[in-house]
Ligand binder design. Structure first.
Ligand code: ADP
Ligand code: ZN
Length: 290
């Protein structure tokens, strides 16, 4: 199969051509401007290369309900130029091929389950902690949508008593994203996250809030693996801190073999930052074979 993959992000559009085995033949990155400027470039890329299907993992919120009249649209995004823009429809009209469509983080979890370390698992969460926080959930062969799609980055967490930061989420202030995303770290500590590596108190607090959210996901969804990605998770010292705090917070309530081997339960992404684009290949394959 010759498949197109598009990881549509708020700052860049990663386009690739590959196949159903996850092999990527070529890849480019195009800056995300307005649909008027960016879409013709994307369409040209895929048209020139001839694809049998296209898989799109897209920033959101997006409309995933195939019965909705605006299926395929980016909906209430803060990126005004893209608000209510139907990206799927325009690609269908231009390429005349099946289009697979899902959230960016569902793309990443699909990449990990299909081609990476989570192969064979039934329930997996991929959480990205970067400019924002988002979670993709794979459950029994499918990507979880529910009434809209999960917004796991905005779960509410308990603020630590020694923490005076007011939080950065425009909707909830101190939700997970409002407390742990890169911009929140920068605002709270007055420096970019990458410049705070040698400040243990930064990462202890960060790990505390991430662990709270993971405990909520573990108790609600009973995932077999939790994958943490995104720019902030490049701070590798977070992993042991998060693992320890998750076990402390669970306090032996959940008895599972996975938790006894927590180093292989809460893990970094395994596909060298290609989990998203590889997930798009699988979205395309699924769209073609459905
Ligand atoms: P995006 O979320 O926009 O797709 P990233 O996942 O790269 O992109 O996240 C960008 C955020 O991650 C920024 O807020 C940045 O400060 C933070 N970040 C990037 N690299 C690092 C790093 N090595 N350590 C800590 N934070 C980082
Ligand atoms: Zn929020």
């Amino acid at each position: 199969m010759r498949l197109g993959a598009l990881e549509a992000g708020g700052t860049k559009m990663v386009c690739a051509i590959g196949d159903e085995t996850g092999k990527i033949f070529e890849q480019v990155s195009i800056p995300t401007e307005t649909p008027e400027i960016t879409m013709p470039k994307l369409v040209e890329y895929f048209k020139e290369r001839g694809v049998e299907a296209l898989g799109i993992a897209c920033f959101g919120p997006i409309e995933l309900d195939k019965k909705a009249s605006n299926y395929g649209s980016i909906t209430s995004t803060p990126k005004i130029a893209w608000r209510d823009y139907n990206i799927v429809k325009d690609f269908e009209d231009a390429l005349h091929c099946p289009i697979g469509f899902d959230t960016d983080v569902n793309g990443s979890v699909l990449g990990e389950v299909t081609f990476g370390q989570a192969k064979g698992k039934n329930c997996v969460i991929y959480l990205t902690i970067g400019t924002g926080v988002g979670g993709g959930i794979y459950i029994e062969g499918k990507l979880l949508h529910g009434m809209l799609h999960p917004e796991a980055g905005h779960v509410l967490i308990r603020k630590r008593s020694d923490d005076n930061y007011e939080g950065k989420c425009p909707y909830h202030k101190t939700c997970l994203e409002g407390m742990t995303a890169g911009p929140a770290i920068e605002e709270r500590w007055g420096k970019k996250a990458v410049e705070l590596t040698d400040r243990p108190e930064v990462w202890d607090l960060e790990a505390d809030y991430i662990a709270q959210a993971l405990v909520g996901y573990i108790l609600t969804l009973s995932p077999e693996m939790i994958i943490l990605g995104g720019g902030v998770m490049h701070q590798e010292q977070l992993f042991p801190l998060i693992r320890t705090k998750v076990l402390e917070m669970l306090n032996d309530y959940v008895q599972a073999d996975e938790l006894k081997d927590i180093d292989h339960y809460i893990v970094p992404a395994s596909l060298h930052d290609d989990q998203g684009i590889m997930g798009c290949l699988e979205l395309a394959r699924r769209a073609l074979t459905e």
